[in-house]
Write a protein that binds this ligand. Structure first.
Ligand SMILES: *Cc1c(COP(=O)(O)O)cnc(C)c1O
Length: 609
């Protein structure tokens, strides 16, 4: 059985059963049956399958772990969390977060005006809203409006200038003043690709000197009671726990100092996000060095020790982890459209009555190949192929002979790989890599996995079925964009092997996992491929129910979105048709019907798979 490292990245959410990858919950339906059910509704192209139960699981995990650590350490502050909208703003994700977060008073974090409006509309009154990112007076005013509507909202200052706009709005309106948070600039930095969120040269946060200036301003304008939170965020996908502990010590001491300086309203430390998700498919690639339990223990323990030593009440804790909450809930299913060397299939062989002796020998090697002789026969085959190429260059054999020879040698290597799959020799492994197969997938990497394109972020990938059959083809994956960057190359350090499939006979789907964080709105419409089809899967005691099937945008709407007038486009096409070469009106109207059908379908490939 090949499991594609599911026990490393799968977090017990998925299992392999009878050759199929299945959901590890309730009746354990397979992703293949779910995919087929969704496609039965007529959808073609890539599909994002969402699993709300996995969002629920992550929310529960987060709260349960902090509650446990708080109990075990006799910590006297509370635990609170918000979901950072920038990680996934799609309605199906956000609605699920709100639904399952309600019992915990889980809130939302906004980093832009549009996200703030979303947070104001979706957060239940009383659950926290935090607002980060750069703000103008309008955005600050929106925060005051939210406070006035009864929201428990905290505006986090990213720079000292933002305090001036808060003072200005407070003085010039009768609106309720929101809670004020201050982002602190740490000297300690995070780890991983996103580490520039923390540290002295960070984009955000107030220095020690600016903090003192802010304290004076807050006191002077009677806003000190509103100053309730300090905030830091050391960066996303934090793989090493050590920098977090350093940052906690620094932030904890800043908190205690501010309390001593008279920050009487200050009650909370917001430790930002950064909890990492495992994307690795093999152990060597796995970098995360801590568990959620260790993370929560560290946060609680470090803050408790500092506050006890400085005689300060334990602060309430806020987190803003996003990746950790939503990454696992979304799986991208992509049909494989084509294998590029399908011409190396046995069925393409075409012999004549009298074949060159080398071809006859290759046929014999292919038939007689077994475990004992396969290495020797493979060497012979490679040697014969070289000779045949020479004969071809000299004009002694035909193109058909050459094709037969190439197919036979491919067959012999593939069979040898199959026979020796438990213990391939170095030579076989190298041949396997050279024999790479290119799998064309019906999706766009730019749209669905932009972090692969931009940051070489690996996403776990596996086929939906055949997991009890050997997969010996070294695979590179090509998407359907006309861009050479739309490729996931074979990586010998983290090799992907897939099956030899005949797509005329059967369908073959690949699933990409952990795509629920950041990919969806970061994805770009390169080549005008838009957000894929999507569907939520609710697990029931008898199986599963499909909810909210949403088809990818249709072609006319895609064009409309970037500023074309879709009526104008239709008129133009109709005019072209009127003056076209069709002789009868019937032909014209048939063509028009077909054209309109295409225009109202999504832009992914449909007829092949
Ligand atoms: C992006 C961001 C987060 C979320 O980080 P994750 O790594 O997804 O947990 C939290 N807080 C702030 C301020 C952010 O900018």
């Amino acid at each position: 059985m090949i499991d594609y490292g599911i026990e490393i990245w799968g977090d017990d959410d998925f299992i392999v059963k009878e050759g199929l990858v299945c959901i590890n919950a309730k009746t354990q339906p397979s992703l293949l049956e779910i995919t087929q059910e969704v496609r039965n509704s007529g959808l073609r192209g890539p599909i994002i399958l969402r699993f709300p139960h996995l969002i629920n699981k992550q929310i529960e995990n987060l709260y349960n772990n902090f509650t446990r650590a708080i109990d075990e350490n006799g910590y006297r502050g509370s635990f609170n969390a918000v979901f950072p909208l920038k990680v996934n703003q799609y309605p199906q994700a956000v609605n699920t977060i709100i639904q399952y977060g309600a019992p915990y008073n889980y809130g939302l974090e906004a980093g832009s005006k549009a996200e703030l409006i979303l947070a104001m509309a979706q957060t239940p009154i009383g659950a926290p809203i935090t607002v980060n990112g750069f703000k103008d007076t309008e955005m600050t005013t929106l925060c005051f409006m939210a406070a006035h509507m009864g929201h428990n909202i905290t505006v986090t200052l990213e720079g000292i200038g933002e305090l001036e706009s808060i003072i200005e709005v407070a003085n010039s309106s009768n609106l309720t003043v929101p809670h004020i948070g201050i982002r602190i600039r740490l000297h300690s930095t995070g780890s991983g690709a996103w580490a520039k969120s923390g540290g002295m040269d960070a984009k955000f946060g107030l220095t020690a000197t600016e903090l003192i200036a802010a304290m004076h301003l807050l006191k002077e304008h009677q806003l000190i009671q509103n100053f309730s939170m300090i905030h830091f965020h050391i960066g996303s996908q934090m793989e090493d726990i050590a920098p977090l502990k350093k940052a906690l010590r620094e932030a904890g001491n800043i908190y205690a100092e501010l309390k001593h300086m008279g920050a009487d309203g200050l009650k909370a430390i917001n430790i930002g996000g950064g909890l990492a998700v495992e994307y690795a498919q093999n152990k060597q690639q796995s970098l995360k060095n801590y568990s959620l339990a260790e993370f929560t223990n560290d946060v609680i323990y470090v803050l408790r020790e500092i506050m006890n030593a400085k005689g300060v009440d334990h602060p309430n804790i806020f987190t803003e982890s996003g990746r950790f909450i939503v990454a696992s809930h979304a799986v991208l299913i992509t049909p494989v459209l084509e294998l590029f060397s399908q011409d190396h299939q046995e069925k393409s062989l075409n012999f004549s009555q009298h074949n060159p002796p080398l071809i006859e020998e290759l046929r014999e090697l292919n038939t007689l190949l077994n475990r004992d002789n396969c290495i020797e026969y493979m060497h012979d085959a490679l040697d014969h192929l070289e000779s045949l190429f020479t004969l071809f260059d000299l004009g002694y054999v035909t193109l058909q002979d050459r094709s037969n020879a190439e197919i036979l040698v491919h067959q012999i290597i593939k069979k040898s790989l199959h026979i020796m799959r438990g213990s391939p020799t170095m030579e076989l492994t190298r041949l396997q890599e050279r024999l790479q197969e290119r799998y064309l997938i019906n999706s766009s990497i730019f749209q669905s996995m932009p972090d692969y394109w931009g940051l070489q972020q690996h996403f776990p990938v596996m086929p939906l079925n055949k997991l009890n059959e050997p997969a010996i083809r070294a695979a590179s994956l090509w998407d359907i964009t006309c861009d050479s960057d739309g490729e996931i190359k074979f990586n010998p350090n983290a090799p992907l092997y897939l099956h030899d499939v005949d797509l005329d006979e059967e369908e073959y789907f690949l699933a990409f996992f952990n795509i629920g964080a950041y990919q969806e709105t970061l994805g770009m419409n390169h080549n005008l491929f838009t957000h894929p089809n999507e569907c939520s899967i609710e697990l029931t005691k008898d199986g599963f129910v499909l909810r909210d099937i949403i088809e990818s945008q249709n072609i006319l709407d895609i064009l409309d979105d970037i500023g074309y007038d879709k009526r104008q486009i239709l008129i133009q096409l109709k005019n072209n048709l009127a003056s076209s070469l069709f002789s009868t009106e019937e032909e014209k109207s048939d063509t028009l019907q077909k054209l309109e059908l295409y225009l109202y379908q999504n832009g992914y490939l449909r007829t092949t798979n």
